[in-house]
Design a protein around this ligand. Sequence first.
Ligand SMILES: CSC[C@H]1O[C@H](OP(=O)(O)O)[C@H](O)[C@@H]1O
Ligand SMILES: Nc1ncnc2[nH]cnc12
Length: 297
Amino acid sequence: MTTPSQPVIGILGGSGLYQIDGLTDVSWRKVSSPFGEPSDELCFGTLEGQRVVFLPRHGRGHRISPSELNSRANIDALKRSGVTDILSLSAVGSLREDLPPGTFVVVDQFIDRTFARQKSFFGTGCVAHVSMARPVCTRLGDAVMAAAEGTDIPIHRGGTYLVMEGPQFSTHAESELYRSWKCDVIGMTNMPEAKLAREAEICYATVAMVTDFDCWHPGHDAVTVEQVISVLLANAGKARALVKRVVPLLARHQGPCTHGCQTCLDTALITAPEARDPAVLQRLDAVAGRVMQRGKS
Ligand SMILES: CSC[C@H]1O[C@H](OP(=O)(O)O)[C@H](O)[C@@H]1O
Ligand SMILES: Nc1ncnc2[nH]cnc12
């Protein structure tokens, strides 16, 4: 039985990952959010004896385009479901020769080039500024690396994920620009997702699974969905095996994350309590409930 001090693991499945193998006691349930509709019902289940909540990021059947993902609703719904740690699984293009298709990269930085998305739970009525200096949780990343040990998954720790708006793949000039910025992989989904997970005080880490060399590589000149999907199917099998191994490791974590992910709102709210808009506060009940309760008694 999971106690409140144990992690509850949320899995955001990306392209090709619309279900998780080996889940028992499965129930797909609609979780309502004041931020709108999550991508799909959430899948509650048990994996290796641990509570897990799975959400296919693009919805079952891959219905939702990256720019139209309601990441606020997705993260809020996971928070409402008790999730403390999110493992994001994502298909990416590689910007480096030594990260070929099939490689898994546990990224540690992002460059956010998206421009058509709602990026914060906060705003007028309750303003907050969280730190994104270290956007992923080291404790979660450590668990992923440990889980990959002894498997045949080629896994690389560290790397910068460039998040583009999409849905079109990049131009050759853009791809070269991102390479000149020393970015390692490219995708369309992990921002603002990582920012929102931080605001919701949920640990977040990404396993970025390389499907292609984007378009910079002299070996081929364009990325196609067909090409991405063929690699993605092989990657998805390995990702499922990795998830099965990582969940019991995460479950051993006791108490809140010591890297500060789960307490970041302690120092982030700037709007004076008396100036906060009650309607705005109401919809922050799950995301910021922990800090809103303070000073009330
Ligand atoms: C099908 S390739 C493009 C698509 O895949 C990635 O999504 P996800 O991170 O959910 O796996 C990429 O960002 C694009 O949305
Ligand atoms: N080359 C690429 N660019 C953006 N997103 C991707 N997802 C998978 N491959 C990608």
